[in-house]
Design a binder for this molecule. Sequence first.
Ligand SMILES: *[C@@H]1O[C@H](CO)[C@@H](O)[C@H](O)[C@H]1NC(C)=O
Ligand SMILES: *[C@@H]1O[C@H](CO)[C@@H](O)[C@H](O)[C@H]1NC(C)=O
Ligand SMILES: *[C@@H]1O[C@H](CO)[C@@H](O)[C@H](O)[C@H]1NC(C)=O
Ligand SMILES: *[C@@H]1O[C@H](CO)[C@@H](O)[C@H](O)[C@H]1NC(C)=O
Ligand SMILES: *[C@@H]1O[C@H](CO)[C@@H](O)[C@H](O)[C@H]1NC(C)=O
Length: 746
Amino acid sequence: MGSQHLPSSSMLLLLFLSSFIHMAALGRTPSSTKLLYIVYMGERQHEDPDLVTASHHDMLSSVLGSKEEALSSIVYSYKHGFSGFAAMLTESQAHQIAEMPEVISVKPSRSVPLLTTRSWDYLELGYEQPQPTGLLVRGNFGDGIIIGVVDTGIWPESRSFDDRGYGPVPSRWKGTCEVGQNFAVNHCNRKIIGARWYARGLDPSLIEGDYQSPRDSEGHGTHTASTAAGSLVSDASFHGLGAGTARGGAPRARLAIYKVCWAKAGCRDAGVLKAIDDAIHDGVDILSLSLGGFLDPSFASIHAVAKGITVIFAGGNDGPVTQTIANDIPWVITVAASTMDRSFPTLLTLGDNQTVVGQSILYESTDGGFKELVDGGSCSRDDLNSSDVVGKIVLCYDPVIAKSSPPNQQFILATINVQEAGGKGIIFAQYSASILHYIDEICNGTVCVFVDYEIGTQIKFYVANTRSPLVKVSLTQDMVGSGVMSPRVAAFSSRGPSLLFPDLVKPDITAPGFLILAAVEDSFKFESGTSMACPHVSGVAALLKAAHPQWSPAAIKSALVTTAHTANAYGFPIEAEGVPRKLADPFDFGGGHIDPNKAADPGLIYDVDPEDYFKFFNCTYGSSTTCDLVDSRLYRLNLPSISIPFLKKTPLTVWRTVTNVGDTDSIYRAIGESPPGVDMVVEPSLLQFNASTTTHTFGVTFTPLQMVQGDFNFGSLTWLDDGKKHAVRIPIAVRVIIHDYFSDTS
Ligand SMILES: *[C@@H]1O[C@H](CO)[C@@H](O)[C@H](O)[C@H]1NC(C)=O
Ligand SMILES: *[C@@H]1O[C@H](CO)[C@@H](O)[C@H](O)[C@H]1NC(C)=O
Ligand SMILES: *[C@@H]1O[C@H](CO)[C@@H](O)[C@H](O)[C@H]1NC(C)=O
Ligand SMILES: *[C@@H]1O[C@H](CO)[C@@H](O)[C@H](O)[C@H]1NC(C)=O
Ligand SMILES: *[C@@H]1O[C@H](CO)[C@@H](O)[C@H](O)[C@H]1NC(C)=O
C-alpha cells in the first residue's frame, strides 16, 4: 500500500519517511531505546475520565518505577471513548505492560500517509432548485449535524467556512477551540465549532515550518472539510475552470477539526486515536478520515461506531491493483473514488492544421502561438540527450509503460527530464486520463497535455514526416454534462478484496473523487483521490443523519450501499479504469455509485448491533479467549453485502435480517442474481411487513455447481417491493475452492 494523497514531491518523500519509521519500529532496537507504543485496554472502567487517566499513570508508574517517569513518558491518555494510552517505552517495558491482565494489546505507533463543486449537482443534490422530496431538503441541508474531520487542519478564513446565518452552536457540543500559531479563538465560529491539534510525540524537526496550531498549511484538510460541509461560495473556480458555486454536501452542518496529519510527518496513529477519543467526547455525529491504511488499531473506530458515530474512511489510492483496499474494517464505510461528468479537453493544432484533442488543465499560456515540436521517445534522459529539446514541446511516447496504469512515476520522471533538458512542454501518451491532478503539482509552468496512444501515434507520425514540426496548444475547455461517459471507478482507486478480511465486500461504495474543486487557503483547487471521495460520503451521511436521527451507523451504511447504482444514466454498466478497462465489480465499488436521494428512502435496512461487531473484534484483536470461531466469520455479520471467500462442496447458508423503514404495510420479493457457477437460494423469498412485523430474517444458501479452484464471481440479491418503489440491492461475491492452498483474486 502506498500514498493516500497526491504524489507531490513532498508526499513521495513522506512515503519513504513513513516506511523508514515503520521499519525502525519493527527492527531490532537497543533495549534502552524508547519508542512510542500504543496500549489498548478496551472499555474504560471509570465514568470519570480523570480517574481513567489516573489509572494509566498508576500502571505506568508501577512499570517505570516512579510517577515522574510515568508522567514524562506518557504522550496521550485515551479516556473518553475507550481506555488506553500512548507512551514512550523501551521494548522490555512494552513487554511488561503487555503481560498485564487488563491490557488487550501493545503495539508500536506508526505513521500513515494522508490519503465542488459540480459533484453535488452530479449527485442530484443541486442547491439552486433542490428537489422538495430530495435528501438535501429532507436532511435540512445537514443542519444540526456535527462532522468531525481528522486531517491536516483548517484554513478558517476560506469563504467556505463563513458562518453568516448560522444559529448558535448546538448545546450538546462539548468540544473546544485550541489556539496556537496563527490560530486564535475567534477562528472558530458557528461553522467551525471546534478545532484541536495533535503534535505530541512527534519529532519537532518533522513539524517545523508547519503551523503549531489547527491551521492547515498543507491544504488537504481544508479541501476535505469544505467538501463535506462547506458553506455556499458563489463564483468559485480554479483559474476559471470548473466555475460555479462551491459548497459541501451538507452545507449547514457544523465542522469539528482534528489536526493530526502534518505535511512532513504524515498522520501518527497515536494522534489519530486521541483525535477519535476526543471526537467521541466532543459529540460529533460523523467522522471523516481521508488518511492512509496502516491504522492497525481499529479499536478507536469500533468504539466510535458503538457510540453512534458514523465513521467514514478513504479506501486508498493504490488501484487498479487488486487487494490494495485500505481501511477495510466492517464497522466503517470504506469509500472508492470515481470520475464524474466533467472533462478537460485541450485542443492541439499541428503545423499542418490537423487538430487532435488531449486532456489538460491549462488555464494560462505564455503565448498561444505555434511551438516547435520534437519526438522525445520515452523521454528518458538518454532519449532526450540525443535531440535538442530546448524551448520545444516534447512528445513522450513509451509503449512499455502502457502496462502501468496510472503511469504516475513515469509521468513525473518524464516531466522532470523534459524540464531539466529545457523543454517548454510535454505531450504524454498514456491510457488513463485520471492522472490530470498531477499537472498542478508537477508541471509548474511547463505545458503538460495527456493524449491517448492513438493520438500519440498520430502526432509521432506527423513529427517523423515533417521537416519542421509545430504544435499549438489551446487553453483547456471545461466540458460538463451527459456527453461525458461517467461515472467510472478511477484508476487510482484501491480495489478489494481485502487481504485481511476476504469475507467482507470492500470498498463499500464509490463517490466522486476525481478533480474535485474545493477550498485550499483562500482560493479553490482541484484535487483527486479517495481522500476527496470520502468527504462526499461524509456530507451525505450527515444529511441522512439529519433526516433520520434515530438511524444507527450501520443503518446509514446500509441505506447508502443498498441504493447505490451500478449503471450510469444511460443504463450502461459502470466501468472501472485500468488497463484494460473493465466492468466494475463489487471489489471496485462495493454496492456501486452513491445515490443520495435514494438513500434517503431505502425501504429496508440491514442493521447491526454493535455487540456483534465486538464479538468479531474480540476474536481477532488482542488475546481474548472468549471466541466462538464459527461466529467469528465476518460474513455472519448483518452487513449489506455477502462475501464467501471459501465455498467448498457443502452448501453454506448465511443469514440476514432486514428492518422495514418504508411503508408500514409492504411486501418484498427476492430477486437473486447468482454468481456464475454457484446456486443461490433465498428462503423465504417473500417478506411481508406490517405494524406488528417490522423485521424479517432470511437465509441465503450457496452451493457450488462446479468444483473449480479459486476465483471470485459476483452476483446480487435485490428485495423489490410490490409498488416497485424500492429496490434494496446487496452485492455478493463468492469464491469456490477445492484446496486451501491456492486462490486467485485478480
Ligand atoms: C492552416 O490554416 C491557416 C488559416 O486557416 C492558413 O493560413 C494556413 O496556410 C494553413 N496551413 C497549412 C499548412 O495548411
Ligand atoms: C549527454 O550527452 C553528452 C555527450 O553528447 C554526455 O557528455 C552527457 O553525459 C550525456 N548526459 C546524460 C545525462 O546522459
Ligand atoms: C515553480 O516555478 C517557480 C518559478 O519558476 C519557482 O519559483 C517555484 O519554486 C517552482 N515550484 C516548484 C514546486 O517547483
Ligand atoms: C469483548 O471484550 C470486552 C473485554 O475486552 C468485553 O467487555 C466485552 O463484553 C466483549 N464483548 C463481546 C461481545 O464479547
Ligand atoms: C403481519 O405479518 C406477519 C407475517 O409477516 C403475519 O404473520 C401477521 O399475521 C401479520 N399481521 C397482520 C395484522 O396482518
